[in-house]
Design a binder for this molecule. Structure first.
Ligand code: FMN
Length: 265
């Protein structure tokens, strides 16, 4: 397993971007400052995403309802991946879908690409209709489709994330990415109508950190699996807290949108 697709506890520790929070082709220098780049979630067909407004700031973090806008796997493989390869860094591809076969098909198409060092299965996007199959069923299907390291990205808003983590492990995941955003709502104070086009969106940033820390601690206790911890990380101390509760790796997301990411240090 390549070092930055590493899924073995204690061997390596990497800094990643959170999926959907960095375009490596627009900001290659930022991408190169990471140990590996995680793509925006790729789906079988191209998606325009949700109707605007798709991003809103709140007092405690950010709401987004992007809705998995992406070029689809065909264009990703012919256009995006060759350009990403030129960055010369390990690439984790985030994979999404609406049924188990979507995930399995994309995983099998990524399997032969040497530049892809790991696959993150986004089984937890709050902004699109969730697949009817469970996270474990999706992981099991993906496992049959690829030899790449598989990281299951989990949602925080479930009754028992430890059980989901155990099921993903039993289904063949090599690691866990913890956590995706949690659904939130912002109202326009003048109209008392939702600010985001689709109404609700995924909350990320500082408000998510205590929830994410608890989720990482629970998943680590339940499985001892390698975990990419994320949710509101802005400083080195934030990252250290995730490592202290069991994360092997850490990812930064919303803070990459900030004007001055060092202002809190
Ligand atoms: C604008 C935006 C787009 C996102 N797109 C994706 C995505 O395509 N796939 C995914 O798995 N997570 C996506 N996420 C969730 C992040 O990867 C991450 O799990 C979450 O934002 C928590 O980390 P943070 O608080 O550091 O941002 C997105 C988050 C934001 C803010």
């Amino acid at each position: 397993m390549s070092s930055s697709g590493c899924a073995s506890k204690g061997r390596c520790s990497v800094l990643l971007n959170a999926s959907g929070c960095l375009d490596a082709l627009v900001a290659p220098d930022v991408a190169r400052s990471l140990d590996a780049f995680v793509t925006k979630t790729v789906t079988p067909l191209p998606r325009d995403g949700n109707s605007p407004v798709r991003i809103a700031e709140t007092d405690v973090g950010m709401l987004n309802s992007i809705g998995l806008a992406n070029p689809g796997i065909d264009r990703f493989l012919t256009r995006s991946l060759p350009q990403l390869e030129k960055l010369g860094m390990p690439i984790w591809v985030s994979v999404g879908g609406f049924e188990t076969d979507d995930y399995a098909d994309i995983c099998s198409r990524l399997d032969d690409h040497a530049a892809v060092s790991a696959i993150e299965l986004n089984v937890s996007c709050p902004n699109v209709e969730a697949p009817v199959e469970s996270a474990a069923q999706i992981v099991a299907a993906a496992r049959l489709a690829t030899r790449k390291p598989l990281w299951a990205k989990l949602a925080p808003a479930v009754p028992d994330i430890g059980e989901v983590a155990k099921a993903a492990q039993a289904a063949g995941a090599d690691g866990l990415s913890v956590v995706n955003t949690i659904r939130g709502l912002k109202l326009d104070p003048r109209t008392l109508r939702p600010v985001l086009g689709p109404g609700q969106g995924g909350l990320s940033g500082p408000a998510l950190k205590p929830i994410a820390l608890a989720a990482v601690a629970t998943c680590y206790r339940a499985t001892s699996m390698p975990i990419v911890g994320m949710g509101g990380i802005r400083t080195g101390l934030d990252a250290l807290e995730f490592v202290a509760v069991g994360a092997q790796h850490v990812a930064v997301g919303t803070t990459l949108f900030a004007q001055n990411t060092c202002s809190e240090q």
